[in-house]
Design a protein around this ligand. Structure first.
Ligand code: ADP
Length: 452
């Protein structure tokens, strides 16, 4: 059960890598923020604590001087103590302790004179305080600290031995208690602020996660769409294949019927059938080419050849349709180096370009010219004096299914696949296709190929 859940989760993560990114975002950012805040707060707290302690140490050092000078003058010492405490609000206890002849430690001077002469009780933290007395006694002029808690408040106890004139035997001990409540309150406030920002970050991240979830949805949807698109392409490709055979049969029968002795109107009908069958055949051919190109299944031979002979062949095949429209179709051959292309595909490209030139030129001429460019490339230019194409339309001309829509093209049928197929084939043969055109004047479709 658990293992299955784990594998399912793993599969989901593999199929939707965005989820990992999301999780990373949700965990890493608050964690990083938390860690830096912790470090920062710790350093800030330590610094404040250190400042507080140094202040107290300084005061004990100053007081040590008074005690050494006027050890016996208790009222004077107590007045000093009161004066120091009144200026240091964190101090809660200030005692000067001396060892008595009976072996006890007595209060010599303190904040409240009522304690004077009384034994020092070492509380709170009796054992620890006694230990600090030993430490301080063995190293006079150094201060020692211990922390204790009372009613939830943190206090510090400083103990320092006073040994006049560098003597190793202490005259007495200074015991100062001070509250860390202020330092702790500032730290608590900082922590509170840091948590508030953390909560804000987490809320922001959760909001982002909600958006991410949508992105995940979109990603799944996109994947599904891709699958559907692929299914559609497969279906179209299969349907086109299946259409080919009956079309061939129809054209075969039209041929056979043409051989029979039938009257003129019957022949015209047969011609119409054959024309439509040819159109359908061309369309099926285009659809198959599109699916082959999309799936990278179109094969290309590479032959080093003189394009002149192939251009002439294509131009010849359009002589009749051009003449039928009253167009002049010409080819001006020039001497060219060889190019390395697939001859069948080169002819297919030329058929598309010359075919379009004838198709979209109502009157005038279609000319095919070639040239050897300065950079060594071979140029084949198909020019016409036809309807021309606007700059706006030129930008989209090589997109799949794009057809120019205007009054001139209204009655001309087509699929908008020819130029897309042409551009793909040209690119596959390391060629470049471009267009130069002026609306109403004519167009030039230019192919360039590197010489072999
Ligand atoms: P189709 O001819 O089937 O519409 P193409 O991809 O061959 O598809 O051409 C796309 C569009 O480019 C055509 O619809 C046409 O408007 C425009 N076009 C192509 N060749 C020419 C040309 N020689 N002169 C003017 N317009 C052209």
């Amino acid at each position: 059960m658990l293992a299955e859940l784990f594998t399912r989760g793993l599969r989901f993560a593999r199929e939707n890598p965005q989820i990992l990114y999301t999780l990373l975002l949700a965990i890493a950012i608050p964690a990083a923020f938390f860690w830096t805040s912790e470090q920062f707060l710790r350093v800030a707290r330590e610094n404040q604590e250190r400042m507080e302690v140094s202040r107290v140490v300084l005061l004990t050092d100053v007081f040590a001087i008074f005690t050494e000078e006027r050890f016996e003058d208790v009222p004077y010492l107590e007045e000093r103590i009161r004066s120091i405490v009144s200026q240091n609000s964190t101090m809660v206890g200030f005692r000067f302790i001396v060892a008595s002849s009976s072996g006890t430690y007595d209060v010599h001077a303190s904040l409240s004179s009522g304690e004077d002469g009384q034994p020092f009780l070492f509380t709170p933290g009796t054992a620890r305080t006694a230990f600090l007395f030993d430490l301080a006694g063995s190293n006079p002029s150094s201060s020692y600290f211990s922390v204790y808690y009372e009613d939830g408040t943190r206090y510090m106890r400083t103990i320092r031995a006073i040994a006049p004139g560098g003597s190793r035997i202490p005259l007495g001990y200074l015991v100062i208690d001070f509250s860390m409540a202020q330092v702790d309150a500032v730290a608590a406030k900082n922590i509170q602020n840091a948590y508030a920002v953390l909560v804000l970050i987490v809320v922001l991240i959760v909001a982002m996660l909600a958006r991410q979830a949508k992105i995940i949805d979109y990603a799944t949807l996109y994947k599904r769409l891709e699958e559907v698109d692929k299914m559609k392409d497969d279906f179209v490709s299969m349907a086109a294949h299946e259409l080919r055979s009956p079309l061939t049969v129809i054209r075969g029968y039209v041929d056979l019927l043409g051989d029979l002795s039938i009257d003129e109107s019957g022949k015209q009908l047969l011609k119409n059938i054959d024309m439509s069958a040819q159109q359908l055949n061309a369309l099926v051919g285009d659809i198959l080419d599109v699916s082959k190109l999309q799936e990278g299944r179109m094969s290309f031979k590479s032959e080093s050849l003189d394009p002149a002979e192939h251009i002439a062949m294509v131009v010849d095949s359009f002589k009749k349709p051009a003449a039928d429209k009253g167009l002049t179709l010409s080819y001006e051959p020039t001497a060219l180096p060889k190019i390395s292309v697939d001859p069948d595909r080169l002819r297919q490209v030329l058929i598309n370009l010359v075919g379009n030139a004838v198709k979209y030129t109502p009157s005038g001429s279609v000319t095919v010219k070639t040239a050897l460019l300065k950079d060594g490339r071979v140029e084949i230019r198909v020019s016409d004096t036809g309807m021309g194409i606007t700059a706006e339309d030129q930008k989209k001309l090589f997109q799949k299914f794009y057809r120019v829509k205007n009054a001139d093209t209204e009655k001309i049928t087509g699929t908008g696949l020819g130029l897309w197929i042409t551009a793909q084939i040209v690119a596959s043969m390391k060629g470049v296709i471009s267009v130069e055109s002026i609306r109403g004047k004519g167009s030039d479709f230019i192919l360039t190929f590197p010489s072999a």
